[in-house]
Structure formats: structure tokens, C-alpha cells
Design a protein around this ligand. Structure first.
Ligand code: PLP
Length: 237
């Protein structure tokens, strides 16, 4: 068995165990395979053992990979998620080529993605990225500004606001890990209360990576973004 398919089995088992521990249905948690820096062949290998959702951080790398993968797999079986920082001159290609964007952190980017989403495609699923640990170096909207941003963009026609995403400060303490994820969940609840009357339900918390997946699942994660535990150590980031 290949290393990637073996790793995927381990990650799926860990995900299921974490869900069970939290009293949750593992089917309600999407495993997003973060394939950044790994070649199309790695994506194909994962796809051959049933992986369907892939996350990418760098637009050009992602577009090249999508093209290469398209010739090797049946058409359109994969779902691509953009999870990296977004420059405003890149929004059109993101709107045209992805199903999800997890890293929206300002109104201007949301507006461009909405306007540039092709009418033939369903609305682009988006999460607002929140700088939940308030780190100076991190992207993401500040927790204090998240509710207001959500309310401004929730009716953009080309978008469907699904929830929040965060990359908390690194910690190897499960209690600290859970604190950050809990804050994201509570922020999501605040937004939900404010948009409830519009009939909109936020159903996504994109949180948890290779090192903190279990803590994220305990706090209600619905998408875990897993790179190195599936594909191995990255040489660059
Ligand atoms: C790289 C990356 C991941 C995956 O990280 P691992 O630690 O390799 O699992 C998840 N989310 C984002 C936003 C990333 O940039």
C-alpha cells in the first residue's frame, strides 16, 4: 500500500475516534486534504483511495495541479478549496476555479469574489478567516470585527457564507488548543443569532490541522484541513 493511502487510513481512523470521543457523527466532519507543495501525482493517489476534497494555498500552483489532475481522473470528481491568503488581483481565477474559499478576511475581497463568480456555477461557498489568537503576523479578520463583516457580506449574490475558519497560535497543549477553537465556535454562534431572521444557517467551522485535529473536533469542527499527516512533511510552506 502506498504511503499516502496508508496515511489517509490513519487520519480517517483518528478523525472517527475524535468524533466518537466527542459524541459526534464522523460523517458530519469533512476531511480536507491540503495538497499544497505536493505534486498532482499525490492528489491522484489520494483520490484513488476515495479522497475527494483538496485544499490549496497558492493560486498558480493550484491551477497547474488541477489541469494535470484533470487528465488523470474522471471529470470533475474532485472539489477544490482555496485556503491561502488572497490578493485582490487573483480573485477572478479563484472565483472561477474553486468551490470553496476559506480565507476571506475583508469586504473588498468578498465583493470581488461575488461579482466574479460565473453565473453558470453555484454560489461560491465561503468562510471568513478569523485571527482568533490575535497574532500580529497572521491574516484573518480580528474577532471584534467578524460579526460586522459577516453581516455586510452575507447577502452577496455570488457567495454563500457557510461559517468561519481559523489557524490559531501554535500550541501543543490540548486545553489551549480547545480554548481557541471554542472562541471561534462562540463567535459563529453570535453571527448566527444576528442573521437568523434572514433564514440563513451557518453550518461550517473550518478548524483543525494535523497537530490539533482532535481538539478542533471536540469543539465542533466540521472541516478539518489536514496536510502533513496525509502527504508528509513539506519542504517549504
Ligand atoms: C498548510 C495548511 C494546513 C495544513 O497544515 P498541516 O499542519 O500540514 O496539516 C491547513 N490550513 C491552512 C490554512 C494551511 O495553510
Amino acid at each position: 500500500m502506498s504511503l499516502i493511502s496508508n496515511n489517509l487510513q490513519v487520519v480517517r481512523a483518528d478523525l472517527a475516534a475524535a468524533a466518537q470521543k466527542a459524541g459526534r457523527d464522523p460523517q458530519q466532519i469533512c476531511l480536507l486534504a491540503v495538497s499544497k507543495t505536493f505534486p498532482a501525482a499525490a492528489v491522484v493517489e489520494a483520490a484513488q483511495v476515495g479522497q475527494r476534497s483538496f485544499g490549496e494555498n497558492y493560486l498558480q500552483e493550484a491551477l497547474d495541479k488541477m489541469l494535470a489532475v484533470r487528465t488523470l481522473l474522471p471529470e470533475n470528481i474532485l472539489e477544490w478549496h482555496f485556503i491561502g491568503p488572497i490578493q485582490s488581483n487573483k480573485t477572478r481565477q479563484i472565483a472561477e476555479n474553486f468551490s470553496w474559499v476559506h480565507s476571506v478576511d475583508r469586504e473588498k475581497i468578498a465583493q470581488r469574489l461575488s461579482e466574479q463568480r460565473p453565473a453558470a456555477l453555484p454560489p461560491l461557498n465561503i468562510c471568513l478567516q478569523v485571527n482568533i489568537s490575535r497574532e500580529a503576523s497572521k491574516s484573518g479578520v480580528s474577532p471584534d470585527e467578524t460579526v460586522a463583516l459577516a453581516k455586510r457580506i452575507v447577502n452577496f449574490k455570488g457567495l454563500r457564507l457557510r461559517g468561519l475558519m481559523a489557524v490559531p497560535a501554535v500550541s501543543d497543549d490540548p486545553v489551549e488548543q480547545r480554548n481557541a477553537f471554542r472562541q471561534l465556535r462562540e463567535l459563529q454562534q453570535q453571527i448566527q443569532q444576528q442573521i437568523e431572521e434572514q433564514g440563513i444557517t451557518l453550518d461550517t467551522l473550518s478548524m483543525g490541522m494535523s497537530a490539533d485535529m482532535t481538539a478542533a473536533i471536540s469543539e465542533g469542527s466540521t472541516i478539518v484541513r489536514i496536510g502533513s499527516a496525509i502527504f508528509g512533511k513539506r519542504n517549504y510552506d
